[in-house]
Design a protein around this ligand. Structure first.
Ligand code: SF4
Length: 90
């Protein structure tokens, strides 16, 4: 999961900070949202979804990407072929 925000739309209402203080904060300078954990751990994912749903300006987007980690560009060929075919011997 990834948290994406569009700060240009943030009004600084702070709903996200109230609902998920471990994930969001507000800037001291302009009061706009700051993401503390762009990649939330499993126990904070529900809070991230809730914050996204609560934000009045749709600033927060939660991108679900389970198992999307690329495992490297391996080109190894394993010439297996030892499948027990239909003609199994007795
Ligand atoms: S709830 Fe939305 S508008 Fe309010 S501070 Fe958070 S991101 Fe900004």
């Amino acid at each position: 999961m990834q948290i994406r925000i569009d700060r240009t739309r943030c009004r600084g209402a702070g709903q996200c900070v109230l609902s998920a203080p471990g994930l969001f904060d507000q800037s001291e300078e302009d009061g706009l949202v700051v993401v503390l954990e762009a990649t939330p751990p499993p126990e904070l994912r529900d809070a991230a979804r809730r914050a996204a749903a609560l934000c009045p300006n749709a600033v927060i987007r939660v991108v679900e990407s389970e198992g999307a980690a690329d495992g490297g560009a391996g080109g190894d060929e394993e010439g297996g072929g030892a499948d027990g075919g239909p003609d199994a011997e007795h």
